[in-house]
Write a protein that binds this ligand. Sequence first.
Ligand code: ZN
Length: 208
Amino acid sequence: MNGTAHVAIGAAAGFVVANQFASSPTTTLLFVGLGGVSGLMPDLDIDGKLRSKITFSHKVIQSAAQLIGALMIMYSLYEGTATERLFGMGIGIAMMALSALLKQKHMLIITGIGILAGSITLQEKWLMLLGVYILIASFVSHRSYTHSIIGTIFFGIIAFHLQESLGIEGVFYACLAGYISHLVADSKFLPVNKRGIKLFLPFSSKEF
Ligand SMILES: [Zn+2]
């Protein structure tokens, strides 16, 4: 499953959550964006060894994510309350930055440290945990911990604190739905996947 598909499925998951919460158009867009970004998160573990094999899909991920990011920034300027506008823009920028950073392991380590530093200044717990997540993702092998239940729980904690910080109900579910959609799309339950994901790491390496 390539990045574009993951963004699309994650965004769709965010849209479903928005409908469940009967969100306003702006919040719906926020959830679609969060779902799309969350749908990309597990693949932050792509390291240098894999880079040559996934050049094409990286280009597609980058173009798609950057387009969505740019649209979110533009839309946020016109719609919503000041807070929603700010976060819409933040997510748009994060999406564009994330997509540009997916390429390189060292860039990820630097980003993780940068986010950690920023989070201490901003006093945002979710941002600090996100920095930790990115740092870990840049060291573990592809399709391992970020594609497991432990990784999902860790991401869920990030999403929980993001919701607390934004004060918008449904943010937690939108992020989690996007993240889980990635694992489902990478699992062996889909006939297109020859390899599955090691859901129960570190307890078992069995692929699902
Ligand atoms: Zn993946």
